[in-house]
Design a protein around this ligand. Structure first.
Ligand SMILES: *Cc1c(COP(=O)(O)O)cnc(C)c1O
Length: 354
């Protein structure tokens, strides 16, 4: 069998939720499980995070899956319904849609449904992606109250720079200035704000990446935040080549050996979700030791420099990221973020729950 495997630790997921809980104080937690649970498998993640107060995701299909699994907690549709046909299922499946544009309000008004619907009204406090203008808040609250039909109304915004030096104040202050007077529950914090700004929690925080054991910050490790990686992508060396000085490896011979070099070929490529744009030197663990990627990543394979690892050979254990090699380190080397690597895990990679 091909040795590539994603080990997913249900314990680590549950542990990371407890870390989030400690930071959240009395705020409740939406566990964000969009994008197939950040690549970890939706059903698996929801099982492991059973203690969450609710689950936040993107599509009606995902929500219906959770209800079919017997999930009883509230489910937040992060972008709400995309067309009027999705309104009836919101009632039937007891989903909480985010409303972020006037067309959604109009669709809901036209649908004229009876009964309660928990509604999230999303405001644009500066990210300029989704949300109503803050200036319209009180008028929209009146309109949405009628539509909620006795269901709960919550006000929401999303931070653009919670993980960066710019922080959240520039969004938090104007949002609170408008939202506080309504007396309605608030939902603001992603992982970065949850970890760094307890004053931004509101009533419902929305942690995502931290639950999977990765740090949202470029300059703070997940381990120092007490988080444990949920996904460890492991494989093995399936071939070794002795390169003479000047010999290249892989397509385009994009890396050439400066001196005589042993190169290990690892069963993992871009079709498995490993980033093709990872440059020479991107860290890879072989037999528990860090070495560097060399040459271009192929569809099914990549190569590593085994200099200094004289005992390594065919069958040596390789970790692409996870336990022992933070996914953030690989992401940084490859010029991307942990989120993208985790989400990109390919369906062809077998998963072992541990
Ligand atoms: C994805 C998402 C989150 C979670 O963000 P993390 O950085 O993964 O914690 C929170 N809120 C919204 C609206 C999101 O889309």
């Amino acid at each position: 069998m091909r040795p590539l495997l994603a080990r997913i630790s249900l314990d680590a997921l549950a542990h990371n939720l407890r870390v989030a809980r400690r930071h959240a104080g009395s705020a409740r937690l939406w566990a964000v499980v969009k994008a197939n649970g950040y690549g970890h498998g939706l059903a698996r993640v929801v099982r492991a995070l059973g203690q969450a107060d609710g689950f936040a995701l993107l599509t009606l299909d995902e929500a219906a899956n959770l209800r079919q699994m017997g999930v009883e907690q509230p489910i937040l549709l992060l972008e709400g319904f995309f067309d009027a046909g999705e309104i009836a299922p919101c009632y039937e499946l007891r989903l909480s849609p985010v409303l972020h544009r006037v067309e959604q309000l109009a669709m809901l008004e036209r649908a004229r449904r009876d009964g309660p619907l928990d509604i999230y009204l999303k405001f644009n406090s500066g990210m300029n992606r989704l949300g109503f203008p803050l200036a319209d808040l009180s008028e929209l609250v009146d309109r949405a109250r009628l539509l909620a039909g006795g269901g709960r109304l919550t006000l929401m915004t999303h931070f653009a720079t919670a993980d960066e030096a710019l922080g959240v104040d520039w969004q938090l202050e104007p949002f609170l200035a408008q939202a506080r007077a309504s007396g309605l529950p608030l939902s603001l914090a992603n992982s970065a704000a949850l970890l760094r700004r307890p004053d931004s929690l509101g009533d419902w925080a929305r942690p995502g990446i931290m639950l999977y054991g990765a740090s949202p910050f470029a300059d703070v490790s997940a381990a120092s935040l007490g988080l444990r990686p949920a996904m460890t992508l492991v494989s093995e060396i399936i071939a070794v080549q002795d390169l003479a000085p000047g010999a290249g490896v892989g397509y385009g011979l994009a890396w050439r050996a400066p001196q005589r070099t042993r190169v290990g070929v690892v069963a993992c490529g871009y079709a498995d979700g490993y980033p093709r744009h990872a440059p020479n030197g991107t860290p890879v663990l072989v037999d528990g030791q860090r070495c560097g990627l060399v040459g271009r990543v192929s569809m099914d394979m990549l190569a590593v420099d085994l200099s200094g690892l004289s005992a390594a050979g065919v069958g040596s254990a390789v970790t692409l990221w996870g336990e022992g090699l933070p996914v953030e380190d690989v992401a940084t080397a490859a010029g991307t973020i942990s989120y993208e690597l985790l989400c990109a895990l390919a369906p062809r990679v077998p998963v072992a729950e541990i």
